[in-house]
Design a binder for this molecule. Structure first.
Ligand code: PDD
Length: 275
């Protein structure tokens, strides 16, 4: 099995991470998760654009061109003969003695791996329960940083309540899932949080918005209070790994049971066609 280590394709057992990597000390880095269907990357360009955008927002310079990175990821997929799965790629702000102050002269370190991951058919079909909790994260959730403590704490809390995902709200306004975006449907209209600093603008989110509009649905990108969840007809989450996963129940600060409705099914089918 091959991995990317410091920008090179090497055997996994030969990979070494420096203990002074700023990713290790500070979570000072960014990442992407890209889906591979039938050996082909899905929306690779959108992911790479977001990768470059995150780097810019973090004042980090890329150690290679985006074309070089794309070809490196393609080689990884090919060498590992990945069919259905994901590629994880991350970039940290290089290696230096621990110091909060970063210098702009360190060379960023790119690492990555691939992993087989068949579609989660059971969840796609039967839906998931989600746990509604506070969004305790920082104010730059638009950056896809590896610094994910708020997300991992929310996910654990959700799992401790037998829920598959956490749905978070900031002062009562729903933001997103711990590793996904959230959509509600009411009277044939889709609602989701706008792509501001308070959420990660998911690639799947963007694809689903596009698909919904093509199918003739109105999509309103506005923040909504958590209490309106009780009045929703349908709800689902989106992400690279969960695609379009229906929500059957909200638990915790909001309690609501939902049917998995026709629009969610239609979007799932259209998404399936697209990939
Ligand atoms: N997470 N919001 C958050 C906080 C996320 O971590 C993710 C993805 C998304 C959905 O983004 P996309 O559709 O581009 O995957 C939204 C990835 C899958 C992860 O951390 O594993």
């Amino acid at each position: 099995e091959y991995v990317i280590d410091n920008g090179q394709l090497i055997l996994a057992e030969e990979a070494k991470i420096d203990r002074n990597d700023r990713g290790y000390h500070f979570g000072d880095g960014l990442y992407e998760v890209i889906r591979i269907y039938d050996g082909k990357p899905f929306t690779m360009t959108m992911h790479l654009d977001r990768f470059a955008a995150s780097a810019k927002k973090l004042d980090m310079s890329l150690p290679m061109t985006m074309d070089q990175l794309e070809s490196l990821l393609e080689q990884l997929i090919e060498k590992n003969q990945l069919e259905d799965g994901i590629v994880y790629v991350q970039m940290t702000r290089g290696v230096s003695q621990r110091n909060h102050l970063y210098s702009r002269s360190e060379t960023a370190v790119i690492t990555g791996y691939s992993q087989e991951m068949p579609a989660k058919k059971e969840l796609l079909k039967n839906g998931i329960d989600v746990w509604v909790t506070d969004d305790i994260r920082w104010l730059r959730c638009d950056i896809k940083t590896i610094n994910l403590l708020g997300n991992v704490m929310a996910k654990r809390e959700a799992a401790d309540h037998d829920c598959h995902e956490a749905v978070m709200h900031r002062d009562g306004m729903v933001t997103e899932g711990s590793s996904s975006n959230l959509f509600l449907i009411k009277d044939n209209i889709l609602y989701t949080h706008p792509a501001t600093n308070l959420i990660l603008n998911g690639i799947t989110r963007q694809v689903v918005i596009q698909i919904a509009k093509e199918l003739g649905y109105e999509v309103i990108e506005e923040a909504f209070p958590k209490d309106v969840i009780e009045h929703a007809d349908e709800a689902f989450i989106t992400s690279t790994t969960s695609e379009v996963t229906p929500i059957k129940q909200f638990k915790g600060q909001v309690e609501a049971s939902l049917e998995i409705g026709p629009i969610t099914r239609q979007l799932q089918e259209a998404f399936e066609q697209r990939k």
